[in-house]
Design a protein around this ligand. Structure first.
Ligand SMILES: C[S@@+](CC[C@H](N)C(=O)[O-])C[C@H]1O[C@@H](n2cnc3c(N)ncnc32)[C@H](O)[C@@H]1O
Length: 249
């Protein structure tokens, strides 16, 4: 997969993408990241990329032309067209389902805003989709772009050492939260590992994990349960639990 980043600080996103899973994805040739700085396409001695907003008010607005030239340059670098995604607090919320869809594309072009944002005409003409990483305002789209890159990279086939690990994550499959995880030592001053996990009984372990996922989803994100498509038996079992987070049996 190819990801192009249009940003005044493309090296910042590249730095975020240089470590861990995303770094490995690049090393393995499964992901390539290319930065395009609108300032390189700006005119004049000062290479301006922003100007004051019409109508007055605080802050600056990113100019159309340097952004457009950077997008054109990115497009010209590869025949795969790729969706242009503007990172914006006003965009559709980024979910794991949307991450999966984006991860399935051969190319995306991420546009990062700064200041008060981007001239609306550029967004109307060039942007296919706006994505928000949450209901708060960042000073620039770079961190949001790094979030998209990370989430999308780990879903590329061959990136995670164990392909099954992404499938059991929160929000995957039927959208429940993940179950709790434990590792060595079995006994610790902070508590013992639940016995079922040591039993070697795979069916029992799977059932325990599923039930834990149900319990913690109900406790932490009850909004996710409605869409999870629980079986009648699971729904009855969950109903019978007392809400303490411990299984009633
Ligand atoms: C200071 S913000 C501009 C906010 C804009 N005036 C508004 O209120 O909608 C500057 C840039 O940061 C990025 N940004 C800020 N918050 C974001 C969020 N929650 N998700 C994605 N991008 C965000 C966008 O690219 C935006 O153009």
């Amino acid at each position: 997969m190819r990801i192009d980043i249009i940003s005044l600080f493309p090296e910042f996103v590249a730095l975020c993408a240089g470590f861990g899973v995303v770094g490995r994805a690049q090393e393995r040739g499964l992901l390539s990241i290319h930065g395009w700085n609108p300032r390189d396409y700006a005119q004049g001695n000062y290479r301006r990329v922003d100007d004051r907003p019409f109508g007055g008010g605080p802050g600056m607005v990113m100019l159309i032309d340097p952004l457009r030239a950077a997008i054109d340059a990115a497009r010209a670098a590869d025949p795969i067209r790729g969706r242009v995604v503007y990172l914006s607090p006003q965009g559709r919320a980024l979910t794991q389902a949307r991450v999966r869809e984006l991860a399935g594309q051969s190319r995306i072009i991420l546009l990062c805003g700064r200041y008060e944002g981007v001239d609306e005409r550029l967004l109307a003409a060039e942007v296919d989709e706006e994505l928000s990483i949450g209901d708060y305002v960042l000073s620039g789209g770079e961190l949001a772009a790094a979030v998209v890159v990370d989430a999308v990279a780990r879903l590329q086939e061959g990136v995670l050492n164990d392909a099954g690990s992404a499938v059991q994550d929160s929000f995957e499959g039927d959208g429940l939260l993940d179950c709790p995880h434990y590792t060595r030592p079995v006994e610790h001053a902070l508590g013992a590992v639940p016995e079922v996990l040591l039993s070697g009984n795979h069916a029992e372990i799977a059932r325990w994990r599923r039930r834990q996922a149900l319990l913690r989803t109900r406790e932490r994100r009850p909004d996710l349960l409605a869409a999870a498509g629980l079986s009648a038996e699971e729904a009855r079992w969950l109903e019978a639990q007392d809400g303490t987070g411990d299984e009633a049996g």
